[in-house]
Write a protein that binds this ligand. Structure first.
Ligand code: CU
Length: 123
């Protein structure tokens, strides 16, 4: 009994350590503030493939002003890469919500500045 309990504690703590990290790299398509984005997911330093990923966006400075529908990302070219097209309504600072389903469930919130060339991490 004590042995089983120890195993459980070990599994729980190692799962918690496996945080999912995300970064976003978007290029402006040149029209209507539509961006082609590559999302890279990793867990414990390893690419995280096979996730079901949806991408939503909101503008923290303009609450309720935008209602961008979350889009499903497709698998990208490399392991851990996903691709999505984001139709934003204006450049500026956006909060991007990455919702993971399937084998790994998580919700990651990242902030990026979208410019007329693409994304830059928020300072
Ligand atoms: Cu806005």
């Amino acid at each position: 009994m004590r042995f089983l309990l120890l195993i459980c504690v070990f599994l729980t703590t190692s799962a918690a350590a496996q945080r999912v990290d995300a970064n976003l790299d978007c290029k402006y398509t040149g029209k209507d503030f539509i961006y082609d984005c590559v999302i890279r997911l990793s867990r414990g330093g390893e690419p995280l493939s096979g996730a079901q990923l949806s991408v939503g966006a909101d503008m923290p400075s303009m609450p309720m002003a935008h209602s961008i529908k979350p889009v499903k990302a497709r698998s990208g070219k490399k392991p851990g890469e996903y691709a999505a097209r984001l139709d934003l309504e204006m450049p500026g600072e956006w909060t991007v919500k990455l919702r993971l389903a399937g084998p790994v469930r998580d919700l990651l919130i990242v902030h990026y500045n979208f410019t007329e060339s693409g994304t830059a991490p928020r300072k």
